[in-house]
Design a protein around this ligand. Structure first.
Ligand SMILES: CC(C)(COP(=O)(O)OP(=O)(O)OC[C@H]1O[C@@H](n2cnc3c(N)ncnc32)[C@H](O)[C@@H]1OP(=O)(O)O)[C@@H](O)C(=O)NCCC(=O)NCCS
Length: 156
């Protein structure tokens, strides 16, 4: 079952997020504000009342016709079943209704699963002046030493 994100999902999701990211510390990047202010464009999928996947995204306030996906995560035992794809499709449909024509998101270069997933979902990687192991990265995008891969996808 797919439904909108709720404030009460915060504890559930924050308690699993580091595990779902393979032990990487991610929970500080998902404060409560996302659960309060971005419900219309954020979704969870439940299986027998348990959250097995979530997407947190929004319509850009400053970039016209753009939407942004901040986080997507799927329970490790439910991967490669099309859950993230379903969440992305729901997000694309929703932001298109708000006039968005392009979706952007970023990932860390170490997250090769995320890079493969986004490429499968039709995202392009923004070309920069730095190629690392065959992938374009934006150096220091999120602060010193925090390189990022920048994705974009046209919705048309
Ligand atoms: C990345 C992630 C969200 C993918 O979720 P998922 O539910 O397993 O993905 P789906 O089953 O919907 O896959 C959609 C497509 O991507 C492909 N895909 C998914 N993970 C992949 C991987 N690791 N390598 C290659 N392809 C992959 C699938 O094969 C599928 O392709 P298809 O449409 O041709 O069949 C999941 O692995 C995850 O939660 N990872 C940890 C959190 C994370 O890194 N999030 C992303 C950064 S914010």
């Amino acid at each position: 079952m797919i439904r909108h994100l709720k404030e009460t999902d915060y504890q559930t999701i924050i308690s699993v997020v580091n595990d779902w990211w393979n032990g990487r510390k991610m929970d500080h990047m998902l404060p409560m504000l996302f659960f309060t202010h971005f419900q219309n464009t954020s979704f969870v999928i439940e299986e027998q009342d348990e959250i097995v996947g979530f997407i947190i995204g929004f319509v850009s306030q400053s970039q016209q016709n753009e939407a942004y996906i901040h986080f997507v995560g799927v329970h490790p035992q439910y991967r490669e079943l099309g859950i993230a794809k379903k969440l992305y499709e729901q997000f694309f449909t929703t932001v298109k209704q708000h006039g968005c024509q392009i979706v952007k998101c970023i990932t860390s270069p170490v997250n090769t699963n995320s890079i493969a997933f986004h490429q499968k979902m039709g995202f392009q990687i923004e070309e920069t002046d730095t190629l690392m192991e065959g992938i374009y990265v934006k150096r220091n995008y999120d602060g010193q030493g925090n390189n990022r891969v920048l994705f974009y996808k046209s919705l048309y």
